[in-house]
Design a protein around this ligand. Structure first.
Ligand code: DP6
Length: 379
């Protein structure tokens, strides 16, 4: 027999960034972070976990190609998940199939092109943990599972929940209190939308794991950020989400992205994730807000040049209209989402940004806040 479970898990994009580890092996962060979970209608990882006596080794397939399972991160997850299953088998002596002794096969697919340059590790590790937990019928809550996902990739812990999510850094050395919690579900503020501007990049950026270690070691601005800025910002951003105060949420989101990238520049040797196209996107968002006469859009950037622009559904025209020029002739990944965008390019906009954006953006993904991991089938 082959026992299996299939789940989907979402991508999340941080609005208060995780950057820095206090424990590299356990992925324990130097600060708490906050993210918005994005809709799985647009971006998702689908993972099937199966276990069988017929299998002769643990295997992992990502988008059709066989991956190495010997990495420490994968080994840790397999070992910990098996230990949890073993505990259930011991509790219910003899009545459970001894799946903890069988080899595992994990088959994982992203519905978005890897070439899009979107960090897929968060959705990937969240889906892996959730799929095996489902296969093993584990009683652990999503908060408890987030502690496992965190060990695969820090940001993955936040993909265990939908809506608005906090990763509480915790203080224990074993990481047992460094977990994701939901600030508010999707239904609390479903109007939040996100436009992802996928920027063409010539070469691979510094990987986040090594980038953040360099920042921790060499940046003095980083110490200021972690000790004096993030603790207040974390509370303020949570409050802005609970109160659905977009303006405050937007200010904090942009300030935090800027400060994260400032600590990268303050590292030695310096790390550059933003490029000219990223900076043009920042200027465009500033112009959009100026023309609107209020803050209707907020940008944020992860460890790469792609811009994520958050805005509310009611302001879609104000935000996407000015992007129309940049959208034109792009190999849009979700063509149908663009069709209703009207011409709204007023003369108030500085066309310099638009030209840079037009030549530097590969595609635009229109999405928004979404739900947490979903169970698709089980047998
Ligand atoms: C800039 O979660 O990819 O996206 O824990 O080493 O796997 P590891 O790092 P990762 O770092 C994400 C960094 C970030 C900010 C964020 O998502 O909070």
């Amino acid at each position: 027999a082959i026992y299996k479970a299939t789940v989907t898990a979402p991508v999340n994009i941080a609005t208060l960034k995780y950057w820095g580890k206090r424990d590299v092996a356990l992925n324990l962060p130097t600060n708490s972070s906050i993210s918005v979970t994005l809709s799985q209608n647009d971006l998702r990882t689908t993972t099937t976990a199966s276990a069988s006596l017929l299998y002769t080794e643990d295997e992992l397939y990502l988008n059709g190609s066989k991956e190495d399972v010997s990495s420490k991160r994968i080994q840790t997850l397999f070992r910990e998940l098996r230990a949890l299953r073993k505990a259930e088998e011991d509790k219910q002596t003899g009545s459970l199939v001894p799946l903890s002794k069988y080899y595992l096969r994990i088959v994982s697919e992203n519905n978005f092109p890897t070439a899009a340059g979107l960090a897929s590790s968060a959705a990937g590790f969240a889906a892996l943990v959730k799929a095996v937990a489902e296969l093993y019928q584990l009683p652990q809550s999503n908060e408890e599972l987030s502690i496992l996902a965190r060990q695969g990739s820090g940001s993955a812990c936040r993909s265990l929940f939908g809506g608005y999510v906090a990763w509480e850094m915790g203080s224990k050395a074993d990481g047992s209190d460094s977990k994701a919690v939901q600030i508010a579900p999707y239904e609390h503020w479903p109007e939040m939308k996100a436009a992802i501007l996928v920027v063409s990049a010539e070469r691979k950026d510094t990987p986040s794991t090594s980038g953040m270690q360099l920042t921790v070691k060499t940046s003095s601005l980083f110490k200021e950020r972690v000790n004096s800025v993030v603790p207040q910002r974390f509370e303020q951003m949570k409050k802005s989400i609970l109160e659905k105060d977009f303006e405050t949420f937007a200010h904090l989101t942009m300030a935090d992205s800027n400060q994260f990238h400032a600590t990268c520049l303050d590292s030695y040797p310096p790390i550059f994730y933003l490029n000219d196209v990223s900076r043009a996107a920042i200027r465009l968002v500033e112009d959009i807000n100026k023309v609107a006469g209020e803050v209707v859009a907020a940008y944020t950037f992860d460890a790469g040049p792609n811009a994520v622009i958050y805005y509310l559904a009611q302001n879609e025209q104000l935000v996407l209209g000015p992007l129309r020029a940049a959208l034109k002739n792009l190999p849009a990944w979700k063509e149908e989402s663009h069709s209703h965008i009207q011409e709204l390019m007023s003369d108030d906009f500085d066309k310099r940004w638009v030209n840079t954006l037009h030549s530097g953006i590969e595609r635009i993904i229109l999405t928004g806040v979404g739900q947490g991991p979903q169970l698709s089938t089980n047998s």
